[in-house]
Design a protein around this ligand. Structure first.
Ligand code: AOF
Ligand code: ZN
Length: 352
C-alpha cells in the first residue's frame, strides 16, 4: 500500500468525527507495518483523546515494531490543551516513522510538532495528500487563517429560479425539495457549528433550524434581526437548542442569548467577529434572499449549495445567482444539487 492510499484511510476515519469534534479539527490515524494495518484511531469528541493517541491505544501495550509507520492526517500537536501533547506520546511509545498529511495551523503548533518529532530522532514524512487533508479540515483552517468562520450559503430554488411563489398560498411555506434532500440538508446542519437566517425568514417561514431527520447535534441558531420584527413566539426562540439573537435593542426572550449591535456597525462584520470569538468554525446561511445577497456582495463565502427542485413557480423572489461554475452537480431524490467552491477542491472531493 502506498502513502496516499493510507492517508485516504486516515481521512475516512477522521470524518467519523464530523459534527462531534468542533472547534477541534477532524483527524484520523493508522499504524501500518508493510502492507498490514495494525491499528486505527480518530479524534472522536472535543476534549477527548487525539487521533494518534487513540490509534496507539488500539494497538495496546505491546511494543511498536521498528519498521511500522504511523500515518496521521494532521501534524501531531506539541502543546498541552485539553489533552497532553501527542508528540510526547509518540516519542514515549517508540514510534520510529511518522507520515503527516498537513501541518496544523493552530499557532500553538504550526510546525513545532514536526520539529519536536525530528529532534527526538523520528523520521517524518510530510505533505502526504496535503490538499485532501486541508479540504477535510477546511472549516478549522479557514477559521484560523482568515479569522472568520467557514461560510456555506445554502438555498433551494424552483426549477424556474424562484425561492418562493407569489402570491403565497394559504397553506404556508411551499415545498421545493424532495424528502431525500431534506434529510441530507439536516445532515449538513449537523456538520456545522452555527446556522443563520435573517428576520424575514423567521417571520415568513417560522423555521425550527434544528436537526430532526438525522441523528446529530443541532448547530447554534443565529438570528439576525436588527429592528426586532421577529415574533417572540417563533420556533427559533423556544429554547430547544442554543440560540443567539443579534439585535439592535434587547428583547424579552428568556431562552435566547442576545448580542447588541450598534447602529453604525456592519451586521455581517459584527456577526462574524462574534462567532469567531466563540470559536465557531463554520456557518451555514439558510436565507433569506437579502441576507444571502449581502454575503455574496461582500464576497464572504466559501461554498454554495444550491438545491434545484421540480416545481415551477412562475413568479416569486428570484434566487441568488452564483458566479462560479458548479464544481459538481449531484442528484438527490427528484432534485439536483449544485456545489460551488471558492477555491478548487481536490478530487475526489467530499462535497460535505
Ligand atoms: C492532534 N491530533 O487528533 C487533533 C489535534 O484542546 P485539545 O487538547 O483537544 O487540543 C486541540 C488542538 O489540538 C487543536 O486546536 C489542534 O491544534 C490540535 N488537534 N491534534 O495531534 C488530533 N484533533
Ligand atoms: Zn494532539
Amino acid at each position: 500500500m502506498d502513502h496516499a492510499h493510507l492517508m485516504q484511510r486516515c481521512l475516512q476515519l477522521a470524518r467519523n468525527g464530523a459534527g462531534m469534534v468542533a472547534p477541534n479539527p477532524m483527524v484520523g490515524a493508522v499504524l501500518v507495518q508493510g502492507d498490514r494495518i495494525l491499528s486505527e484511531g480518530w479524534h472522536r469528541a472535543h476534549g477527548s483523546a487525539h487521533a494518534e493517541v487513540n490509534c496507539l491505544h488500539a494497538w495496546g501495550d505491546q511494543p511498536i515494531p521498528a519498521d511500522a509507520i504511523l500515518y496521521v492526517s494532521l501534524e501531531p500537536c506539541s502543546h498541552t490543551g485539553l489533552t497532553p501533547p501527542c508528540t510526547e506520546h509518540l516519542i514515549a511509545r517508540g514510534v520510529k516513522t511518522v507520515a503527516i498529511g498537513c501541518t496544523d495551523p493552530d499557532p500553538r503548533v504550526s510546525g513545532r510538532g514536526i520539529a519536536r518529532l525530528r529532534e527526538a530522532g523520528i523520521a517524518v514524512i510530510t505533505d502526504v495528500q496535503r490538499d485532501e487533508c486541508r479540504w477535510v479540515n477546511r472549516r478549522f483552517i479557514t477559521s484560523i487563517e482568515q479569522q472568520r468562520p467557514y461560510i456555506i450559503l445554502k438555498w433551494a430554488r424552483s426549477s424556474d429560479g424562484f425561492l418562493d411563489c407569489h402570491p403565497r398560498g394559504t397553506r404556508g411555506v411551499q415545498r421545493i425539495s424532495s424528502f431525500a434532500t431534506d434529510v441530507l440538508a439536516h445532515r449538513w446542519r449537523s456538520e456545522e457549528q452555527a446556522i443563520l437566517v435573517g428576520s424575514r425568514t423567521v417571520l415568513n417561514d417560522n423555521p425550527r433550524l434544528d436537526v430532526r431527520h438525522v441523528a446529530g447535534r443541532s448547530p447554534l441558531r443565529v438570528i439576525l434581526d436588527r429592528s426586532g420584527i421577529t415574533p417572540a413566539a417563533s420556533h427559533v426562540y423556544d429554547g430547544s437548542t442554543p440560540t443567539l439573537l443579534i439585535t439592535g435593542k434587547k428583547r424579552a426572550l428568556p431562552n435566547v442569548e442576545q448580542a447588541l449591535i450598534k447602529d453604525e456597525i456592519d451586521p455581517l462584520d459584527f456577526l462574524l467577529a462574534e462567532l469567531q470569538r466563540r470559536k465557531v468554525r463554520s456557518l451555514l446561511v439558510e436565507g433569506g434572499r437579502e441576507l444571502l445577497g449581502r454575503f455574496m456582495e461582500k464576497d464572504l463565502w466559501d461554498e454554495v449549495r444550491e438545491i434545484v427542485g421540480e416545481p415551477l413557480f412562475l413568479q416569486g423572489t428570484p434566487a441568488p445567482r452564483h458566479t462560479r461554475q458548479p464544481l459538481r452537480t449531484l442528484a438527490s431524490g427528484s432534485d439536483r444539487i449544485h456545489l460551488c467552491t471558492r477555491t478548487s477542491a481536490p478530487e475526489p472531493a467530499w462535497p460535505w
